[in-house]
Design a protein around this ligand. Structure first.
Ligand SMILES: [Zn+2]
Length: 102
């Protein structure tokens, strides 16, 4: 896949899910795979870190089954960004679908 092209979609997915519930890396990899994005941990984790650096996500470490696991939630800034992204996706979709039916 053309990674940089789909990066924005992947980020929107992450913010969307982390806005609803706490998510962790492996869960996101499986969820994104379900949506047709084959993404490795080596690609996902830098994306999570950059979202965290931009204060769109915040993480919390918790011990689960004796292992440290990092959980992510969308911050209020992230939710605002997500709302703006949704508008842009909707606008783009309107344009593309409109063109298709011509
Ligand atoms: Zn999803």
């Amino acid at each position: 896949m053309v990674r940089s092209f789909f990066l924005g979609f992947i980020k929107i997915h992450i913010l969307h899910h982390a806005a609803k519930e706490q998510v962790y890396g492996l869960w996101l990899i499986e969820e994104l795979e379900r949506h047709g994005y084959g993404i490795s941990p080596g690609t996902l984790y830098p994306i999570l870190h950059s979202l965290e650096d931009d204060s769109l996500l915040q993480s919390q470490e918790r011990v689960v089954d004796g292992k440290m696991r990092k959980y992510y939630r969308t911050t209020s800034k992230g939710k605002k960004t997500l709302r703006q992204a949704k508008e842009k996706v909707q606008e783009l979709l309107n344009e593309i679908v409109k063109d298709q039916s011509r």
